[in-house]
Design a binder for this molecule. Structure first.
Ligand code: NAG
Ligand code: NAG
Ligand code: NAG
Length: 468
């Protein structure tokens, strides 16, 4: 009896009682049906994806060039100074990684990550055959020959002036630590603004929101923190509205600030700050949807999750409606974009100024649920991909006229000298084989892959440049 019982227990589907047998048939049929459904969805999805790729490939053959990634083979230099073999033996073996080299301001290969002024991109000098080339991480000069200061930036295309405006943290000051445990910082100077018609030649439009020098209780007092300014245009009020992360030097205030202007080039009037929906808010962005509704997305609950909610019609406040997304995933630096009715987001992990792995997320509805796909980075080498090319997401610029194509904007932070942080701009393309869902979800839904392609040097397809 015992033996038989044991045997029966280990059998998944005992079939000696009539009713049990029919249950097992139902279960197996259900499993079979679900399997078929999943296979069907895989096949039909693959078809739509490959159709999609063909569509934009055939219209814009030069997109193919953007997908020809470059490989990196950087040799990590041997440790400085000779060590006796004995000492080497005694010490635990520690492998130096590229990230260690990146974070070491005295590294022998520092120039690989932070190329010097001699290699700067100078749109006025480089005009001609070298026009429009982006060189990620090289110093990038404006039309007056000064390095562009627009870190943690965002971009708008302004229909009224037919120009792009790039806003970001103007950080041209000394880097210091406010106290022993404080993060590397630069005093608030303000928000820089640059304008361009071609996304390559940038004219400095000045500091459009300036720090407060004297009033110590003011949010914009220079001893505080102003990060990730983002501007959107409100069609109803005709105003340009700026949202930004406002904090104190210890990052305990965790708020968003709002400013407004009649012109893209400012000056912006600061309206004040708030904790949206009553929650902490640190890294953030705003996203304006096709229907004119704008959303605030911010890291909250000690950066363990993101919150998303719509703004009021004038974009000057949040509405009460809010959803928690990517709960427990510890993501920051969100950058949103939309393609064919699907919302996408790139985020980074939370490791301070040090680089980490980017993830792509997708959602059918902007309020969620949001699903995490995978690391969008392609090319370089494994360390480059695991460190988002030693940069952190800040914005994704749509390229009208090339469906599914975008520019991924990221910051290569230089914690030893934050004013010398660099810009990493790379092509981002939605399409190609479906991405592997991060979480088990029965394969529903499968999103087209989001890919960011590494290039040491690249430019937009000429067809796009001609139309601008
Ligand atoms: C640009 O390229 C063309 C064709 O390759 C060449 O004839 C010309 O000399 C180049 N101009 C410059 C300024 O390098
Ligand atoms: C300083 O800033 C605070 C907060 O914005 C404001 O309430 C106060 O009136 C300001 N003080 C002066 C002297 O401007
Ligand atoms: C930040 O923290 C340090 C050390 O805990 C403290 O001395 C300082 O007053 C704090 N500063 C602010 C602005 O809260």
């Amino acid at each position: 009896m015992r033996v038989r019982n044991k045997y029966r227990k280990s059998t998944a589907f005992p079939c000696n009682v009539g009713s049990r047998c029919s249950i097992s048939i139902v279960v197996w049929s259900l499993v079979g049906f679900l399997l078929m459904l999943q296979i069907y969805s895989l096949i039909s999805h693959r078809n739509t994806v490959s159709g999609d790729v063909k569509l934009h490939m055939s219209r814009h053959p030069l997109v193919r060039e953007l997908e020809q990634v470059e490989e990196e083979n950087i040799q990590i230099p041997p440790p400085k100074g000779k060590r006796s073999p004995r000492a080497a033996k005694r010490r635990p073996k520690r492998t130096t990684t590229l990230v260690d080299e990146f974070l070491d301001e005295n590294s022998q290969i520092r120039h690989v990550f932070f190329p010097d002024m001699k290699t700067a991109i100078d749109p006025l000098k480089d005009a001609g055959n070298d026009s429009f080339y982006y060189y990620p991480a090289r110093i990038w000069l404006d039309t007056e020959g000064n390095p562009i200061q627009a870190h943690g930036g965002g971009m708008i295309y302004d229909e009224r002036s037919s120009a792009y405006y790039w806003y970001g943290e103007y950080k041209d000051g000394p880097t210091y630590h406010a106290h022993k445990k404080g993060a590397a910082r630069v005093d608030i100077i303000g928000v820089g603004c640059y304008s361009s018609k071609d996304l390559w030649t940038w004219k400095n439009e000045g500091i459009v929101l300036t720090a407060e020098e004297l009033n110590e209780t003011h949010d914009l007092h220079k001893s505080n923190v102003l990060e990730r300014p983002k501007v959107i245009y409100n069609e109803n009020t005709g105003k340009y509205v700026m949202w930004m992360h406002i904090d104190d030097a210890n990052y305990t205030k965790a708020a968003v600030g709002i400013a407004v202007s009649d012109y893209p080039t400012g000056p912006f009037d600061y309206l004040g700050s708030q904790r949206p929906h009553g929650y902490e808010s640190r890294d953030m962005t705003v996203f304006k949807d096709d229907d004119g509704v704008a959303y605030l997305i911010y890291s909250s609950e000690e950066n363990s999750e993101l919150h998303i909610g719509p703004l009021t019609k004038d974009y000057l406040d949040v509405k009460p409606d809010m959803r928690r997304i990517l709960v427990g995933q510890h993501r920051e630096a969100p950058a949103l974009f939309k393609y064919r009715g699907t919302y996408y987001m790139i985020t980074s992990g939370c490791t301070g100024w040090a680089p980490n792995e980017a993830l792509a997320h997708a959602a059918d509805s902007i309020m969620g649920p949001w699903e995490t796909m995978g690391n969008p980075c392609i090319g370089g080498n494994k360390m480059f991909r695991l460190a988002t090319f030693f940069a952190q997401s800040t914005f994704v610029i749509p390229l009208p006229g090339i469906p599914g194509s975008y520019i991924f904007m990221a910051d290569r932070w230089n914690p030893a000298d934050l004013s010398d942080s660099r810009y990493v701009w790379l092509p981002l393309i939605v399409g190609g084989p479906a991405d592997r869902p991060f979480e088990f979800n029965f394969g529903f839904p499968l999103w087209p892959r989001v890919s960011i392609y590494w290039h040491r040097k690249w430019r937009l397809p000429s067809s796009w440049r001609v139309t601008k």
